[in-house]
Write a protein that binds this ligand. Structure first.
Ligand SMILES: Nc1ncnc2c1ncn2[C@@H]1O[C@H](COP(=O)(O)OP(=O)(O)OP(=O)(O)O)[C@@H](O)[C@H]1O
Length: 248
């Protein structure tokens, strides 16, 4: 396994990213910077371009314009953000018949190719997941929140400098969402940078150090949550978002 890189200061720098879909909209230009130890949230309605932005950042899509650097590395040229970023997509992809442990082993072994390092990852992920005895049960018996915890714990256990989380708490109950947010905070307290998308403004207001409002493929405004609320003379971030994106 390549050792997970550590980088201080700016973990993610994206400048002027543009994606032009042949039969679809233009997304961008999008610029954002995420320092170590902080959470950056992309918020916007369905179809605003959040997932496309994440994919350009992760090197899954080649941007038509602009550049991405994760710890100084271009993830597209490096053929993916391997060792630099862990990505948890919105849909939790788990094999239902595998137990939680087997799931962790499967991915850890794929990631490292080395049994000893895989073992360390599985151990860390098991601890972080707090799933205890449930790890011996098939994943199909888990609740949505437990599945999300399993996948997020695995992403954290890889110890990459950047975590990219697409709507990590969507569809979860209050308790499950609180546990997920605790895991995210843990990652930042260890110096990781987190890029997250969310539709939950209250969550973003509490969790994010910086927020970008996205609409129609563009970043309409960006700042600290409190700064944005003040800028739009709003009561909260939700109202600021509506004012910024709809002008009312
Ligand atoms: N492969 C593709 N080809 C053509 N158009 C695409 C493609 N992928 C996404 N789009 C379009 O780009 C726009 C942005 O999509 P994207 O999935 O990035 O939005 P999103 O903000 O993540 O939405 P959601 O909140 O629903 O997940 C949408 O209009 C979508 O239809």
């Amino acid at each position: 396994m390549k050792p997970a890189r550590r980088c201080r200061g700016e973990v993610l720098a994206a400048e002027g990213l543009v994606k032009r879909f042949r039969r679809g909209p233009v997304i961008g230009p999008i610029s954002l910077r995420v320092p170590a130890g902080s959470v950056f949230a992309l918020v916007g309605p369905n179809g605003a371009g959040k997932t496309t932005t994440l994919r350009m950042i992760l090197g899954i899509y080649k941007p038509d314009e602009g550049r991405v650097r994760i710890c100084g590395v271009d993830p597209y040229r490096a053929r993916g953000a391997y060792g630099l970023a862990a990505y948890v997509p919105e849909e939790t992809a788990v094999y239902p018949r595998l137990t939680g442990y087997e799931h962790l082993w499967f991915y850890a072994a794929l990631y490292t190719g080395l049994p000893r390092e895989a073992e360390e990852i599985v151990e860390r992920a098991s601890r972080l997941s707090e799933l205890g005895e449930h790890l011996n049960r098939p994943v199909e018996s888990y609740s949505k929140g437990m599945k999300r915890r399993l996948v997020l714990a695995l992403a954290l256990a890889l110890e990459t400098p950047l975590l990219v989380l697409d709507e990590p708490t969507s569809g979860l109950d209050v308790y499950a969402a609180v546990r997920i947010r605790q895991l995210i905070r843990r990652a930042t307290s260890e110096g990781r940078a987190v890029l997250v998308t969310s539709h939950n403004m209250l969550e973003v207001e509490r969790l994010a150090d910086r927020v970008a409002f996205m609409a129609r493929g563009m970043v309409v405004d960006e700042g600290e949550p409190r700064e944005l609320v003040e800028r739009y003379g709003a009561r909260d971030l939700e109202e600021a978002f509506v004012k910024a994106t709809l002008g009312r």
